[in-house]
Design a binder for this molecule. Structure first.
Ligand code: NAD
Ligand code: IPM
Ligand code: MN
Length: 385
C-alpha cells in the first residue's frame, strides 16, 4: 500500500563531507525504492555554511518551507573552521538546531552496532564485543541545554559570565520516553534511562516522569543509570544495553562514545522524529530529519575518502520510519553489513582485504548489493530499531 506512493525527500547536503556522503545515500535510496516499488521525488536545498555563503543565514526561509512540504529531510553535515568566528546565530550549527526545533523532531534515534563480522574495527577487546553489540540511543533533541533560557554572556568583574540553562518540563520528557519504551518493545524490551539524578533537578524530574510512563509498558524492563556510570559501562559491557534513553547533551556525548566503540563515527546513522508512533505512510505526518551522526569532517573533506555508511544507514532509517518500508530498510542494512564484512572497507575502518575504497566506490558496492541482494523475507536480520 505505502509502496505505491511517491515520497518527496529534501536533501540538504551542507558542508565538508556532507555533499559527498549524501550523494551515496541518495544513490542507495533510489535503488532500494525502485526495488520496493516506491518512487521518490528529490529536491535539494541550502543549509549551514553553504547557506551562509549564498544567503547570509544558515537556515534560509525557503529551505524551511521546502522542509515542511517534504515527506522527509535528509541532511549531510554542517560547519567548518571557515564559519567558526561568526556570531552564534549565524553559525552553520545554529541552522541545524533551528531546523530540528522548527520541525519539532524531538526523538533522535541513534542505533549502533558492532556487527559480529566487523568486531575487528572496534578498539575493544574481542571478548567484550563477541557476539555483537546492538544498541539504540534515543536522544531528546529539541530541549535541555541546547535551547534553555536564560542563555547568554554578560560582563563580570573577572571578565565575563556566560550562562546556559538546562530545562525540561513533564511533557517533553513524557513524549520522548514514550517513543523509547515503544521502540524497546519492538527490540529486546530493556530500557536504560540515563540521567544525573544524584545532582541535577532536571534529572530528578526526568526519572519521575520515566517511572510514570513505565506503568504503560509493563513488558519493558526499566533501569535508571547515572550518565557517568553509563559511559563506563558502555566501554566495559556494551552488550548489557538494549535501548538507552537520555536528554539532549548526554545523548550527544554518549553517541560519539558509541562511535568510538564501534570503530568509526562514519558508521553511525540517525533519524529524528516528530511524531514517532504514528503510522508511516498514513495520513500526513511531520517530516522526519535523517542525518549521519558525524560532522563535516573538514580534515578529510573534498578528497572522496569519507565513509558513506552512516549516511546510507540513515537512508535505511528513512525507508523504515519515514516510508514504512521495513523490508527495503532491512535490505539496505543487510547490503551494508554484507559489503563491509566481505572486506570492502573505507579508510577510517582499517583492516579489510586489499586497498581501502573511496566514498563513491563503497557507495556503488552497497547500491549493487541492494540491487542484487535477497528479497523480502530472505536473509532478514532482527529489526534493529
Ligand atoms: P566530525 O564528526 O566532523 O569529525 C571527527 C573526526 O571523525 C574527524 O577526524 C573526521 O575526519 C572523522 N570523520 C567524521 N566523519 C567521517 C566519515 N564520514 N568518514 C571518515 N571519517 C569521518 O567532528 P568535528 O571535527 O568535531 O567537527 C567538525 C565540524 O562539524 C564542526 O564545525 C562541528 O560543529 C560540525 N558537526 C556537525 C554535525 C552535524 O552536522 N550533524 C555533527 C558533528 C559536528
Ligand atoms: C550532532 C552534532 C550537533 C549536536 C551539532 C553540530 C549542533 O554534534 O548532531 O551530534 O550537538 O547535536
Ligand atoms: Mn554530536
Amino acid at each position: 500500500m505505502s509502496a505505491a506512493r511517491t515520497w518527496r525527500v529534501l536533501f540538504l547536503p551542507g558542508d565538508g563531507v556532507g555533499p559527498e556522503v549524501t550523494a551515496e545515500a541518495r544513490k542507495v535510496l533510489e535503488v532500494a525504492g525502485r526495488r520496493a516499488g516506491a518512487s521518490f521525488e528529490f529536491d535539494t536545498g541550502l543549509v549551514g555554511g553553504a547557506a551562509v555563503e549564498a544567503t547570509g543565514v544558515p537556515l534560509p526561509p525557503q529551505t524551511l518551507r521546502a522542509a515542511r512540504r517534504a515527506d522527509a529531510v535528509f541532511l549531510g553535515a554542517v560547519g567548518g573552521p571557515r564559519w567558526d568566528g561568526l556570531p552564534a546565530d549565524r553559525r552553520p550549527e545554529a541552522g541545524l538546531l533551528a531546523l530540528r526545533r522548527a520541525l519539532g523532531v524531538h526523538a533522535n534515534l541513534r542505533p549502533f552496532r558492532v556487527h559480529p563480522g566487523l568486531a575487528g574495527a572496534s578498539p575493544l577487546r574481542s571478548e567484550v564485543v563477541a557476539g555483537g553489540v546492538d544498541v539504540l540511543i534515543v536522544r531528546e533533541l529539541v530541549g535541555g541545554l541546547y535551547f534553555g533560557r536564560p542563555r547568554g554572556r554578560w560582563p563580570h568583574p573577572s571578565g565575563a559570565r556566560a550562562v546556559d540553562t538546562m530545562a525540561y518540563c513533564t511533557g517533553e520528557v513524557r513524549r520522548v520516553a514514550r517513543v523509547a519504551f515503544g521502540l524497546a518493545r519492538r527490540r529486546r524490551r530493556r530500557l536504560a534511562s540515563v540521567d544525573k539524578a544524584n545532582v541535577l533537578e532536571t534529572s530528578r524530574l526526568w526519572r519521575e516522569v520515566v517511572e510514570e510512563e513505565a506503568a504503560a509498558f509493563p513488558d519493558v524492563e526499566l533501569e535508571h543509570v547515572l550518565v557517568d556510570t553509563c559511559a563506563m559501562r558502555l566501554v566495559q559491557r556494551p552488550r548489557s544495553f538494549d535501548v538507552i534513553l537520555t536528554e539532549n547533551t548526554f545523548g550527544d556525548i554518549l553517541s560519539d562514545l558509541a562511535a568510538g566503540l564501534v570503530g568509526s563515527i562514519g558508521l553511525l546513522p540517525s533519524a529524528s522524529l516528530a511524531d514517532a508512533g504514528a503510522p508511516a505512510g498514513g495520513t500526513r505526518r511531520s517530516p522526519g530529519l535523517y542525518e549521519p551522526v558525524h560532522g563535516s569532517a573538514p580534515d578529510i573533506a573534498g578528497r572522496g575518502v569519507a565513509n558513506p555508511v552512516g549516511a546510507i544507514l540513515s537512508a535505511a532509517l528513512l525507508l523504515r520510519h519515514g516510508c514504512g518500508l521495513e523490508a527495503a530498510a532491512r535490505r539496505v542494512e543487510g547490503a551494508v553489513w554484507t559489503t563491509l564484512a566481505g572486506g570492502a572497507h573505507p579508510p577510517d575502518l582499517g583492516g579489510g582485504s586489499g586497498r581501502p575504497l573511496g566514498t563513491a566506490e563503497l557507495g556503488d558496492r552497497i547500491a549493487r548489493a541492494v540491487e542484487t541482494g535477497p528479497g523480502r523475507g530472505e536473509g532478514d536480520e532482527e529489526a534493529l530499531t
